[in-house]
Design a protein around this ligand. Structure first.
Ligand code: AMP
Length: 219
């Protein structure tokens, strides 16, 4: 499938994308993960993005569009993908339309994983990310099962992303409201949007709603 997962930062898009990717026959494509890898490697895009990411600000469209284009052209993305964290601006949505036109591909559905702003703070401040494979945990709602502070999947060290702080979250939510909410409308008008009302539900319940919305059937 070719899908887009949208929703506020810390709302669970990435977690849900990982959970359903196999059944959706799609690879998870997170521009945030790609950019963090670019920062780690010290590529030119990474160098330009680093400061802005640290402040919780959006990285300019030209940089993110290029990162996304390269990623979608990799062989593992040929059969399907779930975009997680892209597009975040109308400009990115339009660039994506043009790119997919060239690639003769179509977005099948856009799932908005809707979480009230009131629960976002607790989710984001408690999030811990694996340094090795970028898997995501939560100190209260989804702690690692094998060892404290270590990733269940690869044993990597868990850390708090520098932009997962109360101050940076404020900036990220402002960017979401100003730049990304109009993208939701853009897909609504195209008839592609399906909304998953995640509310305060846990990961397992939200997964079942997401599966329903995408017609994937339950596990
Ligand atoms: P995420 O992991 O999706 O929360 O993204 C982390 C950070 O990477 C964001 O706060 C932005 O600084 C940057 N970023 C990721 N995706 C995009 C995008 N589509 N447009 C602009 N900036 C992005």
């Amino acid at each position: 499938m070719r899908l887009i997962f949208m929703g506020p930062p810390g709302g669970g898009k990435g977690t849900q994308a990982k959970l359903v990717s196999k059944d959706a026959k799609a690879v998870q494509v997170s521009t945030g993960d790609e950019l963090r890898a670019a920062v780690k490697e010290g590529t030119p895009a990474g160098k330009k993005a680093q400061g802005l990411m640290g402040q919780g600000k959006l990285v300019p469209d030209e940089i993110v569009n290029e990162v996304l284009k390269d990623r979608l052209q990799k062989p593992d993305a040929k059969e399907g993908w779930i975009l997680d964290g892209y597009p975040r601006t109308l400009g990115q949505a339009q660039t994506l339309d043009a790119l997919l036109g060239d690639m003769k591909q179509k977005i099948e559905k856009v799932a908005l994983i809707d979480v009230p702003f009131s629960v976002i703070e607790e989710r984001v401040l408690g999030r811990r990310t694996c340094k090795g494979c970028q898997a995501s945990y939560h100190v209260k709602f989804n702690p690692p099962k094998r060892a404290d502070g270590k990733c269940d999947e690869c044993g990597g060290e868990l850390f708090q992303r520098p932009d997962d702080s109360a101050e940076k979250l404020k900036t990220r939510l402002e960017a979401y409201k100003k730049d990304t909410v109009p993208v939701i409308d853009y897909y609504k008008k195209k008839g592609l949007l399906t909304t998953v009302d995640a509310g305060t539900r846990g990961v397992v319940d939200v997964e079942s709603l997401v599966r329903g919305a995408l017609g994937l059937g339950n596990k």
